[in-house]
Design a protein around this ligand. Sequence first.
Ligand SMILES: [Zn+2]
Length: 358
Amino acid sequence: MFTIDAHLDLSMNALEWNRDLTLPVDQINARERELQMTDKPDRGKATVSLPALRKAEIGLVVATQIARYVAPGNALPGWHSPEQAWAQTQGQLAWYQAMEDKGEMVQIANLKALEDHLNLWKDGSDARKKPVGYILSLEGADSIVNLKYLEKSYETGLRALGPAHYGPGRYAQGTDASGPLGPKGRDLLREMERLSIILDATHLSDESFWEALDHFNGPVWASHNNCRALVNHNRQYSDEQIKALIDRGAVIGGALDAWMMVPGWIKGVSQPREMDCDLEKVIDHLDHICQIAGNARHIGIGTDLDGAYGREQSPYDLETIADISRIPGMLEKRGYSNADIELVMHGNWLRFLQRAWS
Ligand SMILES: [Zn+2]
């Protein structure tokens, strides 16, 4: 079934992990094992590459640019000035553009391109030869040196933006940080609204989240976010936040980062099998949102499967991202209708985009 994944960090993997994502996943992993690479915890354990996406008919993804600014004293990895962070995101953009030149990917930034792309994937020909569509998004706004840079980004295709990532940000507070947006963040939202950039509410601290919803009148989604009621952490949404997003017409993407799926996970220690973390667990989170909404119109897939982790922190029954093609069967077992399953796998994101871009 044609599938949309609303969150992948493809260019980060290409540049910072030095992965050639045009190769099959097993080749990427074999190379990292042969070289005995240990610089990242997920070496030899990747689950995402372009052939794996095509295998599961994941024909459209929301793909990030990502680069953090770290102020003195901030222990998170990141750049020491916003200009350096900007340059990093431009390298990432250059990689996406090179993938376009090669016919591996195609940027989707308006309704016409979206319709053409959907038709291409519907035509019944060999999916292995089709470009993966990508909607350009920015995870954390630190690299937006000033608001003129947001307009530049829009011109190169940026269509969604999450103001924060982990920690304190220049425009908003993120996961494990606390506090409001403040005037700079509100100015950013106003400019996003003018440019029709989608607000990605993922990663916002609670205070920044509520302030953002109050001050932003454009379309809001949450590309990769699970539920606090099932795994209690500030990175997850409370039922109250889920309700507010549903009221705004948002779609929330279920994420496959193991620590967000099952309670009690200790990063770097817990193992997927001993924690009983299988793919089915994401259905619990998706279903929780559906129970709050009273329908299946506000959930989608936002795997985050290449978000600086691999099989060591993914469901144990997932070898590559292609395994998400088992999700429709899991939903069916829970009593979801075929029409609802299509909404979850692509229909909800498409309805959202069609409305946001028309
Ligand atoms: Zn993220």
